[in-house]
Design a protein around this ligand. Structure first.
Ligand code: SF4
Length: 151
């Protein structure tokens, strides 16, 4: 998986204390992006999902957030990471510039797997005119915190 960075002990990317995996590569190029260094799909470094999971397990925080960049640029790896995180009992949030509706209509097995496994999807591009600093866990009002249905 192409990873820009892994940040430990985050309290701003979901509830509790979390490990945050920032993936490399983003096609959305939102004006006002907080993280333009993440746009290059060749940025960062290659890390295996197994290596990431070992670090996550060792860190021992409440949850894991996958952000970017655009995590869904690497759907196979993202699905494996989310599945592995759930296997070791982590709460998992995934950020994306796509909307849930767009991702669902792709009918991609790995994308579907992510949506079935993750606890929360924070969706939508960052829209500068809707920027609101009072929002928790998202940058602009169009973005949604979606609790994915679990039985
Ligand atoms: S989706 Fe996120 S990382 Fe990508 S350009 Fe927009 S704000 Fe930046």
């Amino acid at each position: 998986m192409r990873v820009l960075s892994v940040v430990e002990e985050s309290v701003v990317d979901g509830p509790g204390i979390r490990t945050v995996v920032f993936t490399a590569g983003c096609p959305h190029r939102c004006p006002g992006c907080h993280n333009p260094e993440s746009w290059n799909p060749n940025g960062g470094e290659n890390m295996s999902v197994e290596t990431l999971l070992t670090q996550i397990q060792h860190s021992g925080w409440d949850g894991v957030t996958v952000s970017g960049g655009e995590p869904f640029l690497q759907p196979r790896e993202l699905a494996a990471l989310v599945r592995g995180c759930k296997r070791i009992g982590k709460n998992v949030w995934v950020y994306t510039g796509y909307t849930l509706e767009y991702l669902e209509q792709l009918s991609d097995e790995h994308v579907t797997d992510v949506l079935n496994q993750a606890d929360v999807l924070v969706d939508g591009r960052f829209v500068e005119s809707m920027k609101d600093r009072s929002l928790r866990f998202r940058g602009s009002r169009n973005q949604r915190i979606i609790f994915l249905n679990k039985v």
